[in-house]
Design a protein around this ligand. Structure first.
Ligand SMILES: NC(=O)c1ccc[n+]([C@@H]2O[C@H](COP(=O)([O-])OP(=O)(O)OC[C@H]3O[C@@H](n4cnc5c(N)ncnc54)[C@H](O)[C@@H]3O)[C@@H](O)[C@H]2O)c1
Length: 387
């Protein structure tokens, strides 16, 4: 199949991600069918797509006629899987992050979809290979990881499962480009893929800082904010929810290293139901959607250089493990998947290797996190040659 042959895309699950994926696919000109388990979920998804498109019309980025075409002709909904996948060349799954559910959904999709259709999962934390084992043709199965909110985040990670063919990945990349996204290939199905993986050790570091209790989150966050970072690291943890944050750490604990184990500070917060923005109290108190961050003065103990060094070190590991095909892909992934100013390799290009190595040795020792020790390529500076 060629990308020009793709006319219809089915989206299974119309929640936070599904409706966004439906919107970008329909806006790119594809016929799109969204499937969910209740009519009210589909109605809500359609209302959200309409609202988002109306916003574009109000900004002059979309014509009212185009909105009409998308909502009345290109995008439809159904409660029937059979109807959703009929004649679809691509089926994208965005149901909740539960392995057994995903396997059940794909077993059914594999039965009902056209034999030549490509099946893709939007999982953010699960093994693409494992999900793909239930489908009849795993060569035509891949990960297609969009970022939230889909209509605004440019990146799509396109992930090879153990049996995915290059044709499948290439076609998904071409369709992603048509949907105005930037696809980055993930060559190995490893936890966190590229973007979330590069962020992972800093999450462990934040948990360790909280447990040690000497450096205050306010000091770290204020320093970041003074440098122009819109949402500082502890503030972000509160924003996504400390339960989600802990769940992510526990996932990496079981898949990457025991050192990711969520710390006591976070566990206590969860026991007290202080989950961050959504409960009004987390690391910070939240008022009217804003974290109340007191200015406790600066700290030199933990600086942005430490977080950056941790990111670069993990980026080196991602390259060495063959997860990303180029340093540019890593940088694009971080830039467009995390809305970062620049990717780790670009940031580290002008730095002294010794400065990075010192920063890594310092946090590794201070917080007892061996996994933060510098890779040999950081110490000898050869990370700069990674292309
Ligand atoms: N929310 C995020 O920030 C984010 C980012 C990237 C990837 N993801 C991944 O995207 C997937 C979906 O996440 P979400 O946040 O959109 O979840 P969500 O809970 O908002 O939506 C899931 C939808 O799937 C529906 N559903 C459940 N069973 C179904 C079935 N058998 N058939 C059809 N629909 C069914 C639910 O009714 C719900 O509407 C997950 O794998 C998640 O890990 C989420």
């Amino acid at each position: 199949m060629k990308s020009d042959d793709v006319k219809k895309i089915a989206i299974i699950g119309s929640g936070a991600m599904g409706h966004g994926i439906a919107q970008v696919c329909a806006s790119a000109g594809y016929g799109v069918v969204m499937k969910d388990i209740k009519q009210e979920f589909l109605d809500s998804a359609m209302a959200k797509v309409r609202e988002s498109l109306e916003m574009l019309v109000s900004k002059g980025k979309l014509s009212a006629d185009d909105l009409d075409v998308i909502m009345s002709k290109r995008l439809v909904t159904t409660l029937s899987t059979e109807e959703a996948v009929k004649d679809a060349q691509i089926v994208i799954e965005a149901v909740p992050e539960v392995m057994e559910l995903k396997k059940k959904v794909f077993a059914e999709l594999s039965e009902l979809a056209d034999a030549g259709a490509i099946l893709a999962t939007n999982t953010s934390t699960m093994s693409v290979s494992e999900i793909g084992r239930v489908v009849k043709n795993p060569a035509r199965f891949a990960g297609m990881h969009f970022f939230n909110p889909v209509n605004r985040m440019k990146l799509v990670e396109v992930i090879y499962g153990e049996s995915t063919s290059s044709d499948t990945v290439d076609l998904i990349c071409e369709v992603s480009v048509k949907c105005d996204k930037l696809p980055v290939k993930v060559l190995k199905d490893r936890p966190g893929f590229i973007v979330n993986r590069i962020n992972a050790p800093n999450q462990a570091l934040l948990s360790a800082i909280l447990d040690e209790g000497k450096v205050k989150p306010e000091q770290v966050d204020m320093k970041m904010k003074k440098l122009g970072v819109k949402m500082a690291p502890f503030e972000t943890a509160d924003f996504v929810g400390l339960d989600v944050f802990c769940h992510t750490l526990a996932y990496y604990e079981s898949t990457l290293s025991p050192q990711y184990r969520p710390g006591k500070f976070l566990e206590d917060k969860i026991k007290r139901n202080e989950l961050g923005m959504k409960t009004g109290q987390g690391i910070y108190k939240w008022v009217d959607g804003k974290a109340q961050i007191a200015d406790l003065g600066d700290t030199d103990a933990i600086t942005p250089v430490h977080f950056m060094a941790v990111q670069v070190n993990e980026a080196v590991k991602v390259m060495k493990e063959g997860v990303a095909s180029s340093a540019k892909d890593v940088d694009d992934g971080v830039k467009f998947g995390m809305n970062a100013f620049a990717g780790p390799f670009a940031l580290a290009a002008g730095m002294q290797p010794q400065q990075l190595a010192d920063a890594l040795n310092y946090v590794a020792q201070r917080f007892g996190l061996e996994m933060l020790k510098p890779e040999p390529e950081i110490v000898d500076g050869s990370y700069k040659n990674m292309k």
